[in-house]
Every structure is written in structure tokens, then in C-alpha cells.
Write a protein that binds this ligand. Structure first.
Ligand SMILES: [Zn+2]
Ligand SMILES: [Zn+2]
Ligand SMILES: [Zn+2]
Length: 276
């Protein structure tokens, strides 16, 4: 399994689109891993999590080949995770040569937003599949289980447990501390001799406290500890924190200095995680 982080920022990006704060000024000055676009990830090229407003930047950087993505797993309908007007470019004269047929999985809100942006998804080679928490499904040769997130009470925001080729990824944002039914599911899943290879965990708040709707380093560290306690993760599991807001203030290396001692890795745009 090959996981590629597309973007690693919260909704405003980092530097924030209109922001004049110190954290954004430092990110602009330092560049590199301190520049964060809106979040998403691909797995093995054919699978993508979320289609945010910075996807063209991700295409330019070579992080994703959108024409090759066949399965798009959308976590929720917030603007920073779903920019559905992008899909209108999947046809002549904007795109030559048929892109791979695309299935979009998500909650009702996601489907509403896609339908509002593109009148006839099937004319774009797009199939819509509404998915529900705890109802496992197959996406190509991957097994996917949507799990409830703690994020926005106005829609059924989802985390995804994603398995392919014997490897397992937990796509764990946007979310606060996972709801108890999600923990119960993960514990039962682990009891059936499953274990995560990688967990991507929400760290919007950075060093700041709080674990409702989003998390920070402290809560993400406790997520790792609980995953280990229930047997869903081991010391070898890579727990990677992502979706950072400038309001956290810590730049990349400062985050690394706090995350590494508690067993967390810090994501950056373009990070590639390769599992043999
Ligand atoms: Zn977000
Ligand atoms: Zn800022
Ligand atoms: Zn969100």
C-alpha cells in the first residue's frame, strides 16, 4: 500500500487565504513543509480520500492523477473536503480520452452537493454511492468500513477503515475524540485479528487543548494509546497527525519536536507512506 498525503491543512489553508497572523507570516517566510494546502490523500493511485479546493495544486505537484482515480471516498461535505465543481472538467472539450469511471462514496450531504454542482453525474462517468456508518462495502479490490466521526452534527461525518492487499489504514479526520460506537467497532475488529498499519488522526488544534469536533496533539496521543490498548494498533503502527490550523501556531519542525516523543508522526503535503 502506498499512501500519499495531498494536503494537510484545515479549511483556511496555512498560510490562511486572508490571514495576517504571525504563524502564517512565519510559514510564508520558511516555506517547505510549513506550506499546507487543504486536506486529502490517495492510496495506490486508484483511491482518493476527499476532493478539496486545492486539488489542482495536487495535480500540478504530481501527488494525484485524477484521471486514474476510480474510487473517491468523501469524509463529509465541508468545502475544504469537497469541491464538486471540479468534476465538470471530466468531459470533452475539457478532458480528452476517457478518464477511468469514478465512483463517489459519501453521506447524503455529499451526494446533495455533488448533484447541485453537476446536473448529470453519469454523463461525466461518475456514479454516486451513499454509504452509512458500520456498513462495510467493496470499492474495487478494497474493503471499506465507514465509521462515525465527531465533527459536525448537521451531517453524518465519516471516518474510513480501509483495507487493501492485507494492509489497513484508518482515515481519521475530520473528527474530535472518536464516538464510543466507533471505538467499539474498532475493538471488535481488532479482536478478529486485524491491526492498523497506518492511522491518520485529526490535529487541527496543534498544541491547543480540545477534543470536540477536532483534536490536537494531546488528544491524538490518547487516540494512539487507546488504539494500542484495544489491540487495533501496535508499536509498529504509524500514527500520523494532520489537518493543521494556523491557530495552533506551531510550524512543522516545532510540531515534530512535540509529536515524536509521544509516538506521533507529523504529516506534510506530499508525504508518501509506503508499506511493503
Ligand atoms: Zn476539514
Ligand atoms: Zn494565520
Ligand atoms: Zn470539516
Amino acid at each position: 500500500m502506498r499512501i500519499r498525503l495531498l494536503g494537510t491543512a484545515a479549511a483556511e489553508g496555512w498560510p490562511g487565504l486572508f490571514c495576517r497572523c504571525e504563524a502564517c507570516a512565519r510559514a510564508r517566510a520558511l516555506g517547505g513543509r510549513n506550506l499546507r494546502s487543504r486536506s486529502g490523500a490517495t492510496v495506490d493511485g486508484g483511491f482518493q480520500f476527499d476532493l478539496g479546493p486545492d486539488v489542482y495544486l495536487h495535480v500540478l505537484a504530481g501527488y494525484t492523477d485524477l484521471a486514474a482515480v476510480e474510487h473517491l471516498l468523501v469524509t463529509h461535505g465541508h468545502e475544504d473536503h469537497l469541491a464538486p465543481a471540479t468534476l465538470a472538467m471530466r468531459r470533452e472539450p475539457f478532458a480528452h480520452g476517457l478518464p477511468a469511471p469514478l465512483t463517489i462514496y459519501g453521506n447524503h450531504r455529499v451526494m446533495e452537493r455533488v448533484r447541485a454542482a453537476v446536473a448529470d453525474p453519469s454523463a461525466l462517468g461518475v456514479r454516486l454511492e451513499t454509504v452509512r456508518p458500520f456498513q462495510s462495502f467493496t470499492a474495487g479490490d478494497a474493503t471499506v468500513i465507514p465509521l462515525p466521526a465527531d465533527h459536525d452534527p448537521n451531517e453524518a461525518c465519516l471516518l474510513y477503515l480501509f483495507g487493501r492487499g492485507g494492509r489497513w489504514l484508518l482515515y481519521g479526520h475530520d473528527s474530535g475524540w472518536f464516538p464510543e460506537p466507533t471505538w467499539d467497532y474498532l475493538a471488535a475488529w481488532a479482536a478478529r485479528h486485524h491491526r492498523l498499519d497506518v492511522a491518520l488522526v485529526d490535529c487541527t488544534n496543534g498544541p491547543a487543548p480540545g477534543q470536540r469536533n477536532h483534536m490536537g496533539l494531546e488528544a491524538a496521543s490518547r487516540v494512539r494509546q487507546r488504539l494500542i490498548a484495544i489491540g487495533a494498533a501496535g508499536d509498529e503502527t504509524r500514527v500520523v497527525v494532520t489537518h493543521f490550523s494556523h491557530n495552533g501556531g506551531l510550524l512543522h519542525e516545532e510540531l515534530v519536536a512535540r509529536a515524536a516523543p509521544v509516538g506521533l508522526e507529523v504529516a506534510y503535503d506530499g508525504l508518501e507512506i509506503v508499506l511493503d
